[in-house]
Design a protein around this ligand. Structure first.
Ligand code: HEC
Length: 93
């Protein structure tokens, strides 16, 4: 089911802004707000290009990008899960 949703987002069947949060998104939104109107101390993900988020998560997972917490968090998510979360954030304003 999760893979189906990710595939549907990838081919554009689902408009990310109207879709329910994908599995795992709640594990990010406590630190990265799901709205561009909320100021947080951590980098904003809402409204960002999904490819940037997917790339950063891959680099965190591989240890190629400096991190305090994201290296550990990134290890808990597959590329497919990150893609669904990134698409959801991209639709947030
Ligand atoms: C405990 C708070 C916390 C949680 C939860 C969290 N992040 Fe982060 N995130 C950070 C911090 C802090 C950074 C800065 C890098 C570091 O210190 O690890 C960051 C950086 C990032 C970046 C890089 C942004 C940039 O422009 O440099 C991305 C992408 C990201 N997080 C995605 C996610 C995703 C996706 C999730 C959920 C799976 C998530 N984060 C969950 C705190 C968090």
């Amino acid at each position: 089911m999760r893979a189906l949703v990710a595939a549907a987002v990838a081919v554009g069947w689902i408009v990310p802004s109207s879709a329910a949060p994908p599995a795992g998104a709640a594990a990010c939104s406590g630190c990265h707000a799901a709205s561009t109107r909320v100021a947080t101390p951590v980098a904003r993900l809402a409204g960002r290009d999904p490819a940037d988020i997917v790339k950063a998560m891959r680099e965190f997972r591989e240890g190629a990008r400096p991190a305090t917490v994201m290296d550990r968090i990134a290890k808990g998510f597959t590329d497919e899960e990150v893609q669904a979360i990134a698409a959801w954030y991209a639709g947030k304003r």
